[in-house]
Ligand binder design. Structure first.
Ligand SMILES: *[C@@H]1O[C@H](CO)[C@@H](O)[C@H](O)[C@H]1NC(C)=O
Ligand SMILES: *[C@@H]1O[C@H](CO)[C@@H](O)[C@H](O)[C@H]1NC(C)=O
Ligand SMILES: *[C@@H]1O[C@H](CO)[C@@H](O)[C@H](O)[C@H]1NC(C)=O
Ligand SMILES: *[C@@H]1O[C@H](CO)[C@@H](O)[C@H](O)[C@H]1NC(C)=O
Ligand SMILES: *[C@@H]1O[C@H](CO)[C@@H](O)[C@H](O)[C@H]1NC(C)=O
Ligand SMILES: [Zn+2]
Length: 504
């Protein structure tokens, strides 16, 4: 799942260039014909889900993440790393072994990958604790510290006239709001700033991303509202605030791959689609985020082969989610209108096993999203209720790979177990765990390893994934027909994120 502040920045990174999808023909043909198999049903498919098998996969995935150690000094599955390539091979070979039940395709696409090695910010005589370099920021000039006067930018720094002449050769201090961080950084760069600091208009830091790289971007930090306040006072009183900014970072363009596996049986004009993301952040191995969803899908795809399906089932493992939903955006953008219409719904499974979990259902409604989204939401709700489990609704606000589908008229939804949000007292009573802590205390950190999953939650949610697949693979008769293709404007206007980081 993307982090809170980086919302829709990186989607422009996906260039329009088309790269052919490579189809592979499975080798083995020894499996029994589909027609000999019973039609899938929910309870049977759920019964095949086992915690032992999931935990086996988790250990395997951690070993794969270790392939990233040479380059990153710790396990990671970030795009471009050997840990991610290993993950792709693992997914691909797992599906390939299932024989002719699936046809697999690789969709490669261009992505930008940022790596921040070191950073420092000094404002006056303070080293602000909340200072955080933005995702995809360039380095400071020559990867050396730059030094200048801190200059307060007018309004929210969204037009060039907000930037006073004295920004040239100095460091711009800009309020968050109205336009994306990338726009502010670019305008600061065009005005001749050496670096920029975007401070929050509310409490808390700004974990943002600049999104699509621009030659005018300058090294850019986010800063919390609390730490900005005394500095704004000084600047308004015309006091001189001497500053030093330093970022050593690189932004590189790479090719990475979405893997899509579709049942060879089932009506290909009516597809049930589900996805998880194959990549992690650079900081850690990502066993919960989103190793958990990746492995849940592998396990459901494996167990599904015991049955026949009426509707086609299409599994996707997206790459570049952590850079701003790159893979899923690219995939949806590359669908023809006809192909788009064949996808009856998309189900997103990102972070299935947070250690301090809540059973969260995206509050996707038909009023704000393509029709069918609410029926999917209700399928999850009904299931948790049948199991006697509690659940909560969480905002459907663009933080994961469903975003591109919703924007392109495809009904969607999903479940999650929580990232860096704080568990409430009420939720402690509902789910156990501990109030006051993050749902995933290792979110986007090195400690997101094998010990960072709650097996109980993981099994429960993998069974629910199995339920969703079995239900719709067997019948879509009660599910709304696709309405005419249209981008949902309510959604587009209100969505706050594009992936895990704020973009605005
Ligand atoms: C589900 O499938 C299993 C295995 O084919 C079968 O034994 C069972 O009766 C089915 N259950 C329902 C409710 O159809
Ligand atoms: C697809 O990608 C996987 C994972 O990188 C790789 O192992 C496989 O060889 C590729 N298949 C084709 C047909 O290119
Ligand atoms: C779910 O979304 C609907 C429509 O946006 C809203 O009216 C409702 O309050 C939301 N429910 C929760 C519990 O967030
Ligand atoms: C559901 O939440 C209530 C508190 O709201 C709690 O008493 C109950 O035990 C919870 N149920 C389960 C299965 O955890
Ligand atoms: C998973 O969560 C449940 C409920 O909070 C708890 O009882 C159990 O000990 C947890 N298991 C692990 C492995 O953390
Ligand atoms: Zn994430």
């Amino acid at each position: 799942m993307l982090s809170w502040l980086a919302l829709s920045v990186a989607c422009a990174a996906v260039a329009a260039q088309q790269i052919p999808i490579i189809q592979s023909t499975p080798a083995s043909a020894e499996l029994p014909a589909q027609n000999d198999k019973p039609l899938v049903n929910s309870s049977a498919l759920q019964d095949h889900i086992s915690g032992d098998r999931l935990m086996e996969r988790a250990k395997k995935m951690f070993e794969i993440a270790k392939l990233g150690e040479d380059e990153y000094n710790h396990p990671t599955r970030v795009i471009g790393s050997l840990g991610h390539l290993g993950t792709l091979n693992y997914i691909y070979s797992t599906i390939l072994e299932l024989g002719e039940y699936y046809s697999i395709s690789n969709q490669s696409f261009p992505a930008v990958s940022g790596n921040i090695f070191e950073s420092r910010l000094v404002l006056g005589d303070e080293v602000p604790k909340s200072a955080a370099p933005m995702g995809l920021t360039p380095a400071t000039k020559d990867k050396e510290p730059v030094h200048g006067k801190l200059v307060l930018v007018k309004n929210e720094g969204c037009v060039s006239t907000d930037y006073p002449a004295e920004v040239t050769g100095n460091i711009a201090f800009i309020q968050r709001g109205t336009c994306p961080f990338g726009t502010k950084s670019e305008l600061a760069g065009r005005a001749g700033a050496l670096a920029a600091v975007v401070y929050n208009y509310e409490k808390g830091g700004v974990q943002g991303t600049l999104g699509t790289p621009s030659e005018y971007h300058v090294a850019t930090f986010g800063l919390s509202g609390e730490e900005a306040e005394p500095i704004i006072k000084k600047l308004e009183n015309k006091e001189y605030v001497d500053s030093i900014a330093y970022i050593d970072a690189e932004v590189k363009s790479i090719l990475t791959v979405n893997i899509v596996a579709q049942t060879t049986q089932g009506d290909p004009d009516n597809c049930v689609m589900l996805g998880a993301h194959s990549d992690s952040v650079a900081e850690g191995p990502g066993i919960n985020d989103d190793g958990s969803g990746t492995m849940s899908l592998l396990e459901v795809a494996t167990q599904l082969t015991k049955y026949s399906v009426k509707n086609c089932v299409r599994f996707a493992w997206w790459a570049g989610e952590e850079e701003g939903l790159l893979g899923s955006d690219y995939y949806v953008a590359s669908l023809s209108k006809e192909e788009n219409q064949k996808i009856r719904l998309f189900m997103d499974y990102d972070m299935m096993a947070s250690p301090n979990f809540a059973y969260q259902v995206y509050n996707a409604t038909n009023a704000a999203n393509p029709v069918g989204s609410e029926e999917l939401r209700n399928l999850y709700v009904d299931w948790y209720e049948e199991q006697g489990l509690n659940y909560t609704f969480i905002p459907f606000d663009g933080r994961s790979d469903y975003d591109g589908f919703i924007r392109n008229g495809i009904p969607g939804g999903g479940i999650a177990t929580g990232a860096e949000g704080v568990k409430t007292k009420e939720e402690e009573a509902m789910f156990g765990g501990s109030a006051g802590d993050w749902y995933d205390p290792c979110y986007h950190q090195l400690c997101d390893g094998v010990g960072n999953v709650n097996e109980t939650a993981w099994v429960v949610n993998t069974k629910l994934i199995a339920h969703s697949v079995a239900t719709y693979a067997a019948s879509l008769k009660d599910f709304p027909k696709r309405s005419q293709f249209s981008v949902s404007s309510t959604y587009t206007d209100t969505v706050k994120y594009h992936g895990h980081k704020l973009r605005i």
